[in-house]
Design a protein around this ligand. Structure first.
Ligand SMILES: [Zn+2]
Length: 101
């Protein structure tokens, strides 16, 4: 059995006090800020000042949802798990046409 080292993305949704939206924060980012202090940064870039867990849920942040949905559109599982590995080898037809002009 072969094991492929990958960087997985596990996220939790946290309600932010300032904008009252839930943002997706990776487990790694959450644990980093728990150990070192500071506010966790959501996948959309928002620094999340986490509301009490007793607060009612809020709407999901659209930027976080789009980020997570975009990751699902990568062509294969290895790229979805680690987008940094995705490299275009050849520019698209449109890019080549517009670059030539
Ligand atoms: Zn967000």
């Amino acid at each position: 059995m072969t094991t492929i080292p990958t960087r997985r993305l596990y996220t939790g949704w946290f309600l932010a006090i300032d904008d009252e939206h839930e943002h997706a924060v990776t487990d790694e980012e959450f644990s980093r800020t728990r150990a070192g202090g500071g506010l966790p940064e959501a996948v959309c870039g928002h620094a999340v000042s986490i509301a009490s867990c007793m607060s009612p849920p809020g709407p999901h942040c659209h930027r976080c949802e789009r980020y997570l949905a975009a990751r699902e559109t990568f062509p294969d599982l290895a790229t979805r798990l680690d987008p940094g590995r995705h490299v275009h080898r050849k520019p698209s037809l449109l890019r080549r046409l517009f670059r030539a002009g």
